[in-house]
Design a protein. Sequence first.
Length: 234
Amino acid sequence: MDDVTARACALWTELAGVQVEFGSPAGVVVAPGSLLCPPGWAGIVRIGDAAVVTAPDVRGAQAMREAAGKLSCAELVDPARLSEALSGRAPVLDVLGPAALFYLERDGFVPGSPGRVEKGDSAPAALLAAVGTADADESGLGEITSPAFLLREGEDVVAAAGYLVWPRAVAHLCVLVAPHRRRRGLAGIVASAAVSHALGAGLLPQWRARPYASRRVAAGLGFRELGTQLSVRM
């Protein structure tokens, strides 16, 4: 296990809130306070060929343990395969994800175009309002603890990025682009500035993505896909 993979595993086991280890079959624990998923849900994180699962109660843990015994770790974060495995014991009512988990080593960083990026104290309220609640919440930009890295067109901020410092010195990247300016490379410009700042602070950048476009931006900056996160409500 390389250093970045080990740090990623250490992060997610800490977020589980109780003692658990990545394994194959997955390590499954009862953890009602788990940060791998929303309250009351089960959370699954796969890193490489191993996984951990947190469940809100004993019944959920038993169901997830049975599923983990039938499925590979890759299948465990596949909503269709997991739903099939759980159907007779604890039917799945809702899912969040799967989201790919990317991490970046300093030597692997491929900086984007510097553009005309400005540094601000916080996420721009006008951009958050313009994209709507769902996109704003998905981006996490409103929760960043770093400076905001902004790209303007005229007086309007059309792209922004920053990061939230997570446990284990991880910088969780947050990127948002105005709807009418997407697919033009702006995400990579602001994200590159945020990544550079995180690396300069000695942090491990993390990128969590569901849409293909977001995954492509991460890969373009040198991020390496190491795993998957999935949350299920049973």
